[in-house]
Design a protein around this ligand. Sequence first.
Ligand code: E4P
Length: 222
Amino acid sequence: MKFFIDTANLEQIKEAQELGVLDGVTTNPSLMAKEGITGEENIKAHYLKICDIVNGDVSAEVIATTYEEMIAEGELLAALHPQITVKVPMIRDGVKAIKYFSSKGIKTNCTLVFSAGQALLAAKAGATYVSPFIGRLDDVSTDGMLLIEDIVQIYANYGYKTQVLAASVRHPMHILQCAKVGADVVTCPLNAIMALLKHPLTDNGLKQFLEDHAKAAQKAAL
Ligand code: E4P
């Protein structure tokens, strides 16, 4: 399972990259705004900075919502860097745009997916990735993980190449459940990735090992 980080924060992207487990980055307009990145040129420059840090795919979301405008914006984004994946919302014109980008060999990430039907359409249009939002479904008392499971099964039934990119991940259990049901990618905040590291028995065990080693060294020195 690939690990993407879901942020536009360069420090956090660097930290995940330095850990050696990062396969890509996803951003969205809210995440860019959170970092104070506005204006076409600043946004493009920021995507390039992200591409410099990581080796994998970097999702850059279109702001346009009509077919023609999405094509124009997406082509500019894709031309920025080979790692750029054009992120397109799951709306009627978005599906058409994904079909177009796919015919031109431009990678796409179909975002704001909340049903298996939407995921089926994204795959038929040739999306590189589909992003079902787990956390936002959980927020409205609907089991987001069941959607991941359904999409993985539907894609396997027909051999669709679209990768299931589980998004809106909120905690480490989401990551583990995604791994169990066979998601291709999870995109997570840094704290959810780092939380996978933690176990009190690891910390206690290490403390004990180091104390025993120090005691033995002290004894040998006497
Ligand atoms: C990623 O591609 C999505 O934009 C993101 O995971 C949404 O997460 P949120 O529901 O925590 O905003």
